[in-house]
Write a protein that binds this ligand. Structure first.
Ligand code: NAD
Ligand code: GLY
Length: 371
């Protein structure tokens, strides 16, 4: 079968997880390259899960790489509000209707919503079938397609239903980002900035120097940012696959951010936008604790803002609402809120040891609605 990407540069990173180790392919023009898919497909049946926006753009290219297999597709409605058990069941329905067997492969073609739902279907169908991630947003290429977190939302809490389920491989084609709008590009940058802040200060400085190039979609800068982000994430996941400890660092800004997403109604704010504002709230709280200084806080806010992201939450959420929403979080243990906070710029910790009056001060500062 033809190898359309043969002449294109490709980087291969591994997520090292013993017998579940898998490669992340990063490059341009990879999506139609049959040679990348073939080694990771074990049976004859392939179901491509995509959505109404991505399928018209890229489904045919993926199908062209899968000649010789029985290929079916399921096209979900587009949006975070459809990341629900009800819509997810459409994937299971299709697998059953088409009599897919336990050697089949599910491919998630799209952003984080499609990837999370397709992965969760692969995890559940006949107790687990093969799965390939083909992420097409920046956010999915730097974060959600890597590490095996899959799932759906519940009206009372984000990503509250799901499974850890690793893919066979990740095929991240940077060319697919050319059709992404600027708002979505910025959303992905929130997760990129996160890696700099949790444990890679050099990358944070690189981002300060290259954020304008990233916003202009300079290909070399994008490729570098994707590779470095995937590398940083792969190291964290390899050390703590099921989030017994430090994997929770990947949730910097997310406890505040998930509260924004749930509080506003799924889809009103993009996940990355909520994470951007959440990182600024985490920075504010870290500064109040005396862990970072005002200059660090302002560097963080400036980078978030230059990435086209909000630096504060919507005004309609009150401090009390924040507190309620934040108590429905997977990091909550024995009813104690645990947060990812910055000890220094480029070094974060997961902790429940903080002065709750200072947390309240941050919530009062950012949760401006009267309850
Ligand atoms: P998304 O999947 O909703 O995609 C954003 C939008 O871009 C959608 O409208 C989508 O149809 C469109 N789109 C996708 N690719 C496109 C392309 N190439 N060209 C044009 N349009 C395109 O959102 P997202 O930001 O990719 O992902 C957010 C989701 O990921 C959230 O549900 C979040 O919880 C989840 N997430 C999961 C993990 C994880 O580890 N599993 C990590 C971070 C985020
Ligand atoms: N995005 C958080 C994680 O993968 O753990």
């Amino acid at each position: 079968m033809k190898n359309q990407a043969m002449n294109n540069p490709i980087s291969i990173l591994n997520v090292n997880l013993a017998e579940r180790t898998y490669p992340i392919y990063i490059g341009t023009g990879l999506i139609g390259d049959s040679s990348l898919y073939q080694p990771h497909i074990h049976g004859q049946q392939v179901l491509v899960v995509s959505n109404a926006t991505v399928a018209p753009l890229y489904l045919e290219q993926v199908k062209s790489a899968l000649q010789g297999y029985q290929v079916d597709s399921v096209i979900l409605p587009d949006g975070e509000q459809y990341k629900s058990l009800l819509v997810w069941q459409q994937i299971i329905d299709k697998l059953l209707e088409k009599r897919f067997d336990r050697r089949c492969t599910v491919i998630g073609l799209g952003g984080g919503v499609v990837g999370d739902m397709a992965g969760f279907a692969a995890a559940c169908y006949q107790r687990g079938v093969y799965f390939i991630q083909v992420p097409t947003t920046l956010l999915a290429q730097v974060d959600s397609s890597v590490g095996g977190k899959t799932g759906v939302n519940h009206p009372l809490g984000k990503n509250m239903i799901g499974a850890f389920y690793q893919p066979q491989c990740v095929i991240a084609d940077i060319q697919t980002l050319s059709t992404l709008d600027n708002r979505q590009l910025s959303a992905g940058l929130a997760e990129v900035i996160k890696y700099g802040l949790i444990g890679d200060p050099e990358f944070f400085t690189w981002l300060e120097q290259h954020i304008d190039k990233l916003m202009e979609r300079d290909q070399a800068s994008l490729a570098y940012a994707i590779e470095r982000s995937c590398n940083d994430k792969a190291v964290v996941v390899a050390a703590d696959e099921r989030e017994a400890g430090n994997r929770a660092l990947l949730n910097l800004g997310h406890t505040f951010g998930h509260a924004i997403e749930t509080g506003m109604g799924y889809g009103a704010w993009l996940h990355g936008e909520a994470v951007g504002a959440g990182i600024c709230m985490a920075a504010d709280f870290s500064r109040r604790l005396g862990w970072i200084d005002a200059a660090d806080q302002s560097r963080i806010e400036s980078l978030i803002s230059r990435a086209g992201l909000p630096t504060s939450p919507p005004e309609s959420i009150s401090a009390d609402q924040f507190m309620n929403l934040m108590s429905v979080d997977k990091k909550v243990l024995e009813q104690k809120i645990r947060l990812v906070l910055m000890k220094q710029l480029g070094y974060s910790v997961v902790t429940d040891e903080f002065d709750s009056d200072l947390l309240q001060a941050t919530l009062n500062e950012y949760g401006r609605a009267t309850s």
